[in-house]
Design a protein around this ligand. Structure first.
Ligand SMILES: [Zn+2]
Length: 157
């Protein structure tokens, strides 16, 4: 029996003025925050920013969700994700198990644009819109947890 493929992935919750950016993913057929596989040798937080730019047209700055900063000769703190999920993804070519580092981010430049090869729609969504959204439970729960921390988010984002 072959073992399930395990991957490190990075996602990005882009937040501004009470809304987050979601794309309607072509292959998955659902609304989802931008994200994807971390390339070999790539830092996960760089992957989150790269995927955000590729899928939304927005250049983003990550907001670290931790407040511990270590800097020594041989180690430094990296941006802390908002959360990390293990996700079972049933691709048609075979299932993957994703270890998804989900970062919080704010847009710093660029215009929202649709990446037509990967998505069919894009937009900004409020908490109320997300509550009614047709998507995976895990995505909805992450986003609602994010909005629940918005008081914190308003301070840091
Ligand atoms: Zn994968």
């Amino acid at each position: 029996m072959s073992e399930i493929k395990k991957c490190i992935t990075a996602s990005c919750i882009i937040y501004k003025e009470g809304k987050v950016v979601l794309v309607h993913h072509k292959k998955l057929g659902i609304w989802i925050y931008p994200g994807g596989h971390v390339d070999p040798g790539e830092h996960p937080h760089d992957a989150a920013q790269r995927e955000a730019l590729e899928e939304t047209g927005l250049k983003v700055e990550l907001v670290s969700c931790g407040d511990i900063t270590i800097r020594t000769n041989d180690a430094i703190s990296l941006p802390m994700p908002f959360t990390i999920l293990q996700e079972y993804v049933p691709y048609q070519t075979g299932a993957h198990l994703h270890f998804d580092l989900i970062y919080a981010a704010k847009p710093v430049s660029g215009e929202l644009r649709l990446a037509k090869d990967e998505a069919t729609d894009i937009g900004w969504f409020s908490k109320e819109e997300i509550e009614k959204l047709d998507t995976l439970d895990n995505i909805k729960q992450v986003l609602l947890a994010f909005f629940a921390k918005c008081k914190l988010a308003e301070n840091i984002i």
